[in-house]
Design a protein around this ligand. Structure first.
Ligand code: FAD
Length: 427
């Protein structure tokens, strides 16, 4: 049962959201708006709540918290609860507080399902005007505005657009698997229901958290999984001890990114990374906080699901209704593996060209760092009025922005900027 504070405790942001629904509906659905937010996860919700509090007219599109609601059951957050709040200015709306109100774990591990429910509660409270429809195209309208086409064919224009679609479109399937038909290979991003693997043999490719969790989920669903890891080993995080000595707490202070001085610095100086030399920032984003598996999955895979390290897939092809993989083993010998399905836990690429709803013309004008958009300190790309948050902002702002925790810094900074620009334009 999810608790919901009474009307009397409605904050300024929540009152605005309520009003938007009651009397501002016509304004909210105008075919011309000031700010359009594309996306419906923690970042988008937080940006919308901040814009609401600042009375910036906006529309927000997408199926609320879909990424989290679609997570397979049995999986937990990797982050601590206190690092996974959808940030609003109003007190008493953090994820740990919501967990305590609802009698749930409030530190770690917290289930994906509880985070999804918390997100929906935040949506109801602060962003009830969200429109549950995807954006299928965003193009330049020619007068500095943007034209958005929605999946229901509706069109609108916006003066500014915030892109907050998380990992959608960014899942990477390695070239070596491209010869397999779609019904034989699936990226973990698209998997919610592992019961389809009951009685099946499955090769899981990858050594990060997604692959290791997929291996466990296939096994628990009654399938037979093998996990093929290219690196020397699969890496697991340790559980943070609740009884740390004073020395350890000072030497390795805890943070939203886990314990450690560097993590704490990234938390305390969230926008500082933006000002680092480009070469250093790229190296930091690429190499820091890799996709190690969480401690709570360890017992569900080690000794339960075979993990083959130093094993690389060198060829993949269909054979009848199955997939045949040729893999190179640590000795250099080749081994053939025939399976019913291949799961690719092969990560994500912060490549703006992959974002399918962005029009070609608009894409061409977006300056890149690596494959991600170059962003100003206000999260604005080289196309005036086009802003990015979440993973696509990480190359400009650092690893913190790959996680929900980055929203605490991104959303207020962006909302302040958008509200300021509106007043500047009006005066
Ligand atoms: C397996 C896994 C576990 C993770 N665990 C954690 C964790 O524990 N803690 C953490 O901080 N991070 C975790 N992450 C990283 C996580 O993806 C980001 O922190 C998070 O997604 C950031 O939120 P977001 O708002 O940017 O994106 P999302 O939460 O992905 O939200 C984006 C939303 O946009 C919607 N959308 C997509 N396309 C469109 C469109 N065209 N129009 C409208 N809407 C659209 C999607 O449906 C989705 O709801 C995990 C990632 C993975 C893959």
């Amino acid at each position: 049962m999810v608790a919901c504070p009474g009307e009397s405790s409605l904050s300024r942001e929540a009152s605005f959201a309520k009003k938007m629904c009651e009397i501002g509906y016509r304004v909210a659905v105008s075919p011309e708006c000031d700010v359009a937010i594309v996306g419906s996860g923690p970042y988008a919700l937080s940006v919308a709540a901040q814009l609401g509090a600042r009375r910036v007219e906006h529309r927000i599109f997408g199926p609320p918290m879909k990424f989290w609601r679609d997570m397979p059951t049995g999986i937990n957050l990797k982050s601590f609860a206190f690092a996974t709040s959808i940030w609003v200015r109003e007190a008493k709306h953090t994820f740990p507080e919501w967990c305590r109100t609802n009698g749930l774990e409030d530190f770690e591990p917290c289930t994906m399902a509880s985070f999804a429910a918390y997100g929906m509660w935040m949506k109801d409270r602060f962003v009830p005007h969200i429109e549950n429809v995807e954006v299928s195209k965003v193009a330049a309208a020619g007068d500095g505005r943007f034209e958005l086409t929605l999946a229901n064919e509706e069109r609108l224009t916006a003066r500014r657009v915030v892109f907050a679609t998380g990992l959608s479109n960014l899942a990477v399937l390695p070239d070596v698997l491209s010869g397999l038909p779609k019904d034989l290979v699936t990226h973990t991003f698209y998997l919610s229901d592992y019961s389809i693997f009951r009685g099946k043999t499955v090769a899981v490719i990858g050594g990060g958290a997604s692959a290791i969790e997929a291996g466990a989920l296939v096994h628990e669903a009654g399938g037979r999984a093998e996990i093929l890891v290219r690196d020397d080993q699969a890496i697991f995080h340790g559980k943070l001890s609740t009884k740390r000595s004073l020395y350890h707490s000072i030497r390795y202070p805890n943070s939203v990114l886990g314990p450690g001085m560097k993590n704490r610095l990234l938390q305390e100086l969230p926008l500082g990374v933006h000002f680092l030399p480009e070469w250093y920032r790229v190296r930091l984003v690429r190499s820091y906080l890799g996709p190690a598996s969480p401690w709570w999955i360890k017992d569900r895979v080690l000794g339960v699901v075979p993990i083959f390290a130093q094993t690389t897939v060198i060829r993949a092809e269909p054979t009848g209704s199955r997939a045949r993989l040729v893999v190179r083993t640590p000795s250099g010998a080749e081994r053939i593996l025939e399976v019913d399905h291949v799961i690719a836990g092969t990560g994500y690429d912060a490549n703006v060209d992959r974002v399918s709803y962005l029009d070609e013309g608009l894409l061409r004008r977006i300056r890149r760092l690596e494959r991600a958009p170059v962003l100003s300190r206000n999260f604005q790309s080289s196309v005036p009025g086009a802003y990015f948050v979440g993973l696509l902002a990480a190359m400009s702002f650092g690893p913190l922005f790959r996680f929900v925790a980055g929203g605490k810094y991104a959303a207020p900074a962006l909302a302040r900027h958008l509200a300021g620009r509106r007043s500047a334009a009006a005066s």
